[in-house]
Design a protein around this ligand. Structure first.
Ligand SMILES: *Cc1c(COP(=O)(O)O)cnc(C)c1O
Length: 436
């Protein structure tokens, strides 16, 4: 039989539990703080914005948290996701490395975000919260939450950064197709939005502004919650299904462990999801995987930020999170990887980095898209703009292996599909892409 090209798992091999790395850190991760008292955050401090089930997960140090049957049943729409051996890419590169990629682009909205959107909608429904608000930049998170909330009969209100609302209408159409209402931010619907519009009449908007609007609405209605698509501990937890599946799938390829794991890092959720189960293997001495976070050079929070307490939004409404940050009012260059344009990094990822459990590199977007195009031409899949940063990191390593004559096993987290990012690809091909 020819060698395997991809491995699917059976549906009953979807993980039954989420993995929480907070249980296994050699030194515990610093707590979130209340911005007023500077004391460790208590469950009640979050009750206006989040339901009890998610607050418990946010503060939990329990290693395994059972995935509710309802959520696991919905996961079957797209999980387990496939693990591919990138044979054609290996040939095209002339590398001696064995390259594998875990592809999250087959989820209904084309990215890993549904892995957390579904449980977030579920725990809100359990708490009787039938109205969810959120922000979105380019739109993947907004569409994931729009999809998840309609399953549970909830309404979904998305504040989308005004310039993407206007320049990238397809994501808005996708969100509306799932039944969400989408408002360009800043808007006239909230006090925060009205104040921002008065101060900056022609502003293109920002994630920070959109977060303020979504948080204001959720905080003002006891039946509403706010939902965040990355950064927080419970989001990293939900994404751990990715890495748990990848460990089983690599074994079916006959591989004991990857030597390198590359994933892109914006807020850190897909990196956490694929890498934390491998970091557990490292911590317990069974593997020695070199985990590499690939961040955009335009928002290099790990490689150039400071490790300190900071706000998650630019209007200082969130709890204080201990993270690598460029400062809550940092505004990145307008690179295409909208999902990576964030000033901070998930506290759990930041802690792992601080403790030396993973390392980080920064990649400029032209190198990222060059890598994405090589990948697309060899493997057929057009990766998301964000995922291209992980592929670029892996290609550096694969080329190094060819020079050194070594044959490492390289695993790439390909977090999403780039079908809605094609304008960025054509800008790269036309030679007009910003060198940032
Ligand atoms: C949102 C997004 C990202 C960045 O978010 P993380 O939380 O860092 O994973 C990366 N890739 C895709 C496809 C996304 O939609």
């Amino acid at each position: 039989m020819a060698e395997l090209t991809k491995v699917f798992l059976d549906e009953d091999e979807i993980p039954t539990h989420w993995y929480n790395i907070a249980a296994d850190f050699p030194n515990p991760a610093p707590p979130h703080l209340h911005p007023g008292t500077q004391q460790p955050l208590q469950p009640d401090d979050l009750a206006a914005l989040f339901p009890a089930g998610l607050i418990e997960q946010e503060l939990s140090t329990q290693r395994w948290i059972e995935i509710p049957d309802v959520v696991r049943d919905i996961y079957r729409l797209w999980r387990p996701s496939p693990l591919h051996r990138a044979r054609r890419l290996e040939q095209a590169l002339g590398t001696t490395a064995r390259i594998y990629y875990k592809y999250e682009g087959e989820s209904p909205v084309g990215s890993h975000k549904t892995n957390s959107a579904v449980p977030q909608a579920y725990y809100n429904r359990e708490a009787g919260r039938m109205r969810l608000t959120t922000e979105t930049g380019a739109g993947p998170w907004g569409s994931a939450l729009a999809f998840a909330t309609q399953i549970f009969g909830q309404s979904c209100e998305v504040w989308q950064v005004r310039n993407t609302y206007e320049s990238k209408p397809y994501r808005r159409m996708l969100m509306e197709t799932y039944g969400a209402s989408v408002t360009p931010s800043p808007s006239d619907l909230t006090a925060a939005g009205r104040a921002l519009r008065e101060r900056f009449p022609d502003t293109p908007g920002s994630l920070g502004m959109a977060i303020s609007e979504a948080v204001e609405v959720a905080a003002g209605d006891p039946d509403a919650s706010y939902a965040l698509g990355s950064v927080l501990n419970h989001v990293a937890l939900h994404q751990s299904v990715i890495g748990q599946e990848a460990i089983k799938q690599l074994a079916k390829f006959g591989e004991d462990a990857p030597d390198f794991l590359f994933a892109c890092a914006g807020g850190g959720s897909n990196l956490a999801g694929i890498s934390f189960p491998f970091l557990r293997e490292n911590i317990e001495g069974r593997m020695n995987v070199d985990v590499v976070a690939c961040e955009p050079a335009a928002a290099p929070s790990l490689t150039e930020g400071e490790y300190r307490y900071d706000f998650g939004d630019s209007s200082q409404m969130t709890p204080l999170l201990k993270m690598y940050t460029l400062g809550a009012d940092f505004v990145p260059d307008p690179v295409h990887a909208g999902g990576l344009r964030y000033h901070g990094m998930a506290p759990l990822v930041s802690h792992a980095y601080h403790e030396g459990l993973l390392r980080a590199i920064a990649v400029k977007q032209r190198e990222a898209f060059a890598a994405g195009i090589e990948f697309a031409r060899a493997e057929g899949i057009v990766p998301a703009s964000e995922s291209n940063h992980a592929i670029a990191g892996a290609l550096r390593q694969a080329r190094q292996a060819a020079e050194d004559g070594t044959s490492p096993v390289i695993l790439i987290g390909v977090s999403g599909s780039g079908q809605l990012d094609l304008p960025a690809y054509s800008e790269y091909l036309a030679g007009t892409m910003l060198d940032a």
